[in-house]
Design a protein around this ligand. Structure first.
Ligand SMILES: [Zn+2]
Length: 165
């Protein structure tokens, strides 16, 4: 089995329950998302003593190739291609539009992609990692563009909807 493979696939589902993690924007070290009490968290980086966190994507996606269905993990650079904005921007967008996260699955439903998958060096890692992604549909637009259109169109209703006219 090769360490890297290129696949044509259809995107089936995007798991946004836990789609990002926080790092220190100066030294890129991962910051804990919860403290020892499991409650509030600190943005303070004890390594470089800064307090400038940023979010990075880390998303599990289900894809179907012509031979199998699998779950792959998608990190910041690749996810930014699909979402069209940084994880921080997406996070704020979902705060303003609480239904947006639940609409992502529908926005991406059936999207055809060419992915390069790599097998992680860490043998404990469960999922193949997406090294690159190329949307194949000619009318592809990043999720944030579609979501912004949907939420703007439905703003007068105070509601987002994925119903396409
Ligand atoms: Zn730091």
């Amino acid at each position: 089995m090769e360490a890297t493979e290129s696949v044509l696939c259809t995107l089936l589902a995007v798991d946004l329950n836990d789609y990002c993690y926080r790092v220190c924007s100066r030294c890129q070290r991962v910051l804990p998302s919860v403290n020892n009490n499991g409650l509030a968290y600190s943005s303070f980086c004890k390594f470089c003593k800064s307090n400038e966190p940023k979010l990075l994507y880390r998303i599990l996606m289900s894809i179907a190739t012509d031979t199998s269905v699998k779950t792959v993990i998608c990190f910041d650079r690749v996810a930014t291609v699909l979402f069209g904005c940084s994880a921080d921007e997406f996070f704020h967008f979902t705060k303003l539009n609480p239904k947006a996260a639940s609409m992502v699955d529908k926005v991406f439903d059936g999207e055809m992609l060419r992915m390069t998958l790599t097998r992680p060096h860490n043998r404990n890692a469960q999922h193949m990692r997406v090294a690159s992604v190329v949307p194949l549909r000619s009318g592809f637009q990043p999720a944030i563009v579609t979501l912004t259109e949907l939420c703007t169109k439905n703003a007068s209703l105070g509601n987002c909807s994925t119903t396409k006219s």
